[in-house]
Design a protein around this ligand. Structure first.
Ligand code: GAP
Length: 449
């Protein structure tokens, strides 16, 4: 399979220049692996999240939504296994004070022995033995900063769903099999973050926990694998850049009976990486919470007159990482026949594009700006549009191509007489004359797919 090009550096620059993504606290030198989403980035992320919510919650009658809190009772994380098991083995260098994963291939020798060499300062014998480092951020609740007041920033949204399993089931009268979906922030003190927004310390998750009768779990697992791959393809991610990766026994998380990742080929040295995990978590989480809370988390099947702890099939995808995949997938530089200046295009799916249409007057006279502004104002309640009258029309098209705007509407000399405009499509560069009255429908149909 051909290696995909590495466009990351160009994307980081485009993302900042055009207002997609900025480094957090940049004026202070930045915060490690934390990013802010600018005006176009937030639109793109919201479009992705809405698409997920629609496909998981709104269009299904067996999945309910939830928005649980980031801060939870600390016992939740003991029950879930995160206090004990969500760890990375790390080694410190006594000389340069840098910290590495114990299995970092750059370390020569065995940490803790005199022959081990620090990959940063090159000293021998200064690397200590591996110590377990928990990836959860800890803070304190209330005024006392002591061990009784410790709380964690959640490292996954899933636990907020498990502890609400019966609240949701009983309030909605859902019957197993059914699911609970949520979108929210998660935090991990990652040791090797990086690759732009690929692995960060603060990120979001879109997770769905599907509660099923034990014994039916692998059938549902296969169902959700298919559904989730279809969703990623529906974002316009190229088929050859998507694949499944099955977790071998030694890769499985502490809670998982089976797991597949959806991987995307980010190109360059990053290559294929996980964007979503699909896990069969069995009854691990509900059983643990029963034990730690002392409260039953059983489902009563009235038809069969039996109680059981459901198994869970989880789909867990990161909007930030998927957004990066969408940007990488869509980025291209090309030359257009008959033009000397090349163009950069973000070939985003129209439904995801932060701006749906640019609206331009061909020239700044003859009433064209007024007419174009009115068109933009009329369309704005329905879609994100951008009015632009500065510079040559070709440059205005290029500026919209670079941020993935699928349509550009131009008011020209014929517009007033015929009540029509030209609509240029980003990828084909085809221009069509469309009546002003039908613009909303014309664009609406094309971005809905
Ligand atoms: N509840 C299961 C769970 O959290 P995960 O595979 O650790 O599973 C699910 O995370 C998804 O969350 C990943 O596929 C990825 O898209 C996203 N994710 C995880 N850690 C991340 C990080 N440090 N930065 C950005 N996204 C992350």
């Amino acid at each position: 399979m051909p290696n995909q090009p590495d466009v990351m550096e160009k994307l980081v620059s485009l993302a900042k220049r055009r207002g997609f993504i900025f480094q957090s606290s940049e004026i202070y030198g930045g915060t490690g692996s934390v990013w802010d989403y600018g005006p176009l980035g937030v639109e793109l992320k919201r479009n992705l999240q809405e698409r997920w919510w629609n496909s998981m919650v709104r269009t299904r009658d067996n999945i309910e939504g939830l928005d649980s809190a980031i801060l939870m009772h600390p016992r939740v994380w003991e029950a879930s296994g995160h206090v004990r098991g969500f760890v990375d083995p790390l080694v410190d260098c006594r000389n340069c004070k840098k910290r590495f994963r114990a299995n970092d291939p750059k370390i020569k020798g065995t940490p803790g022995t005199p022959d081990a060499q620090c990959p940063a300062c090159g000293m021998k014998g200064t690397l200590g033995e591996a110590r377990q480092f928990n990836l959860m951020f800890k803070t304190f609740m209330g005024p006392a900063e002591d061990s009784a007041a410790v709380v964690y920033l959640r490292p996954e949204t899933a636990q907020g769903t498990y502890v609400n399993f019966l609240n949701v089931q009983q309030s909605t009268r859902q019957r197993v099999p059914f699911g609970i979906a949520q979108i929210g922030k998660a935090f991990r003190n990652e040791i090797t973050p990086g690759n732009f927004i690929f692995r960060t310390r603060e990120f979001e998750q879109m997770e769905m926990q599907f509660f099923v009768e034990p014994g039916t779990d692998m059938t549902w697992f296969e169902y959700w694998k298919d559904q989730r791959m279809l969703w990623h393809r529906g974002l316009g991610l190229a088929e050859e850049r998507l694949r499944f990766h099955e977790h071998a026994a030694d890769e499985l998380a502490h809670y998982a009976r089976a797991a597949f990742d959806v991987q995307f080929d980010f190109g360059g040295s990053l290559g294929f990486q996980e964007i979503e995990g699909i896990h069969n978590r069995g009854d691990f989480d509900l059983t643990q919470h029963q034990q730690f809370s002392g409260k039953k988390l059983e489902y009563f099947d009235q038809g069969a007159n039996k109680r059981f702890v459901p198994y869970v099939v989880e789909t867990a995808v990161g909007p930030n990482r998927t957004l990066l995949a969408v940007l990488v997938n869509g980025y291209r530089e090309e030359t257009v026949a008959g033009e000397t200046e090349g163009r950069t295009v973000l070939g985003l799916h129209p439904a995801l594009a932060p701006i749906k249409a640019g609206v331009f007057p061909l020239v700044k006279k003859d009433g064209m700006p007024e007419m174009a502004k009115k068109i933009a104002d009329d369309l704005r309640p329905a879609f994100a549009v951008f009015y632009d009258d500065s510079g040559a029309i070709g440059r205005r098209y290029r500026r919209q191509d670079e941020v993935g705007t699928p349509f550009c509407i131009t008011v020209d000399g014929e517009s007033a007489a015929g009540s029509s405009v030209t609509v240029r499509e980003r990828d084909s560069l085809q221009q069509e004359r469309v009546s002003i009255g039908s613009l909303k429908e014309y664009i609406g149909e094309r971005i809905a797919a």
